[in-house]
Design a binder for this molecule. Structure first.
Ligand code: G3P
Ligand code: CA
Length: 265
């Protein structure tokens, strides 16, 4: 019989700014990271994908269409997949105007730029590898980018918030990334079935949709020695409800609202 795991060390509860402070600024841009900082967030979540010429950029959808002016700049290139555009092409796009005129001209950032901005701001990163099956080798490219900035790879002091967590809905990709970045904590996105949680003893965190969990599930994750931060919660009542379940934080477009709920908890 395996010995019961230690519960995870206690860390400050976190309101993670989803895609940056994406309730207030265009998602996955440096403007959204800056806004998260201005609002007092400690950690931001962003999504990373690969351009056709192998540059890591922040983008949520696999198509550039929803959050940029790609259809105007490159008519006829539908469905505008990130994987079909070079970095130079993507840099011509406006990733701010879809959110508001005041963000006109905001570019799609490189992961490298986001890492450097977060470092200057002394913020932490929850990095989602988006649709890794479309980008074979993306985990290695991320590891190379981080190795150029070794401060991101320094393990945390117990009790401090994680400096960096890498996560994906693709659990094989997460395991591959853990092998490349052994000092970095990793998270499984989605609801790992309760009877399978013990299989993932190399992971640090399970981050499910908030609608799929209850207090019993949170206890099971903690009993396996893992942390849990559900996504994406913008309603203060739901934030308070998951805090009551015992989560370690949650992911929200509204990090200021999230922090207020945490402060009142
Ligand atoms: O961090 C979890 C959350 O971002 C996953 O959903 O679709 O917003 O990437 P999505
Ligand atoms: Ca995400």
């Amino acid at each position: 019989t395996p010995l019961p795991q230690q519960p995870p060390p206690s860390r400050p509860l976190l309101a993670v700014a989803h895609r940056g402070a994406s309730g207030y600024a265009p998602e996955n841009t440096l403007a959204a990271i800056d806004e998260a900082h201005r609002l007092g967030a400690r950690t931001v979540e962003v999504d990373v994908q690969l351009t056709s010429d192998d540059h890591l950029v922040l983008m949520h959808d696999t198509s550039l269409d929803r959050t940029t002016d790609v259809a105007e700049v490159f008519p006829g290139r539908a469905p505008y997949e990130v994987a079909d555009f070079t970095l130079a092409e993507i840099r011509r796009l406006d990733a701010g105007s879809f959110f508001g005129d005041e963000f006109e001209g905001e570019p799609v950032p490189l992961l490298a730029e986001a890492l450097d901005r977060l470092h200057v701001l002394d913020m932490n990163l929850l990095l989602e590898v988006k649709e890794p099956e479309l980008y074979p080798g993306i985990e290695h490219q991320i590891a190379v980018e981080l190795a150029r900035r070794p401060h991101w790879l320094v393990p945390n002091t117990p009790g401090e918030s994680h400096r960096l967590v890498v996560q994906s809905f693709d659990w094989e990709s997460v395991e591959l990334s853990k092998g490349l970045l052994p000092s970095v904590p990793h998270a499984l996105l989605g609801r790992v079935p309760q009877d399978r949680i013990d299989e993932f003893d190399w992971a640090h965190m399970i981050n499910p949709n908030h609608t799929t969990i209850d207090a019993g599930y949170v206890d099971s994750v903690h009993a396996a020695g893992l942390e849990i931060m559900p996504y994406t919660i913008n309603d203060p009542e739901v934030m308070a409800r998951v805090l009551d379940m015992g989560v370690d934080g949650f992911i929200t477009d509204l990090p200021d609202v999230g922090q207020r709920v945490i402060d009142e908890f």
